[in-house]
Design a binder for this molecule. Structure first.
Ligand code: DC
Length: 226
């Protein structure tokens, strides 16, 4: 039986563009693994906070960057994340971690550590993988078979995020989101950026189902060699 060669799909973009929902659904539909790289940066941030590392001290963060053991489960139906064996899927989504993750993820030693982990996970995915993040197409997997860059208006992104956060105030969600995107886009080491060869998909006026269909079609076209 002919088996399809592993396909590597990089999906980048700011928060609230539907990256996670799209990436998980595309991976599940195509039988690929799935990696949420934001969860890894959140997990290392959670560890720093829990271990009393001063988030305003990049040297202290750099010195501790090698300590936590972060393990990601890559089944798109049930992704998992543990730090030193502790399930942190819930704790990494708190307001505290969300407000500190940009500072931690801007530290080059943190990025080097997490990037290496991401590359080894992608390389060992038997059937291929969908990797979502901010710098996947530009830095982590520059040779990905397909690169997607999702965008949406700030209004649409804030509305989606406050829906996810069960009715959080749209205005303050929008402000926090814009602040985090600005920090992620302006950092020196591998900022949030669209790769030159990425396909940009503006999701503002699209339903989730439409975005999934669009990306699945692009992957299938790639596999068919179009
Ligand atoms: O996708 P998310 O909101 O869970 O990501 C959390 C943070 O992690 C985001 O604000 C920036 C950082 N991040 C990053 O720097 N590089 C990535 N590839 C993914 C996330």
């Amino acid at each position: 039986m002919e088996s399809a060669t592993p396909v590597i799909v990089a999906i980048d973009g700011p928060s609230g563009t539907g990256k996670s929902s799209t990436s998980k659904a595309v991976a599940a539909q195509l039988g690929l693994s799935y990696l949420d790289t934001g969860a890894q940066y959140r997990a290392i941030t959670w560890w720093m906070v829990n271990n009393g590392i001063d988030i305003d001290d990049p040297a202290a963060i750099a010195a501790a960057a090698g300590k936590p053991e972060i393990v990601s489960g890559t089944d798109p139906q049930a992704p998992t994340i543990t730090v030193d064996g502790v399930d942190v899927a819930g704790p990494i989504r708190t307001q505290e971690v969300t407000s500190k993750v940009s500072a931690v993820s801007a530290v080059p030693e943190v990025r080097a550590r997490i990037t290496e982990l991401q590359r080894s996970i992608a390389a060992s995915a038997e059937h291929g993988i969908v990797v979502e993040g901010r710098d996947i197409g530009t830095t982590v997997l520059p040779d990905a078979d397909l690169k997607i860059f999702l965008t949406a208006s700030a209004e649409a992104r804030a509305a989606r995020r406050s829906g996810e956060l069960k009715g959080a105030d749209v205005h303050s969600t929008r402000e926090a989101l814009i602040k985090r995107d600005a920090a992620d886009s302006s950092r020196k080491t591998s900022p949030l950026a669209k790769a030159d060869d990425a396909v940009e998909v503006d999701t503002t006026e699209l339903t989730l189902a439409q975005v999934i269909e669009c990306v699945v079609t692009l992957v299938e076209e790639k596999r068919a060699g179009k």
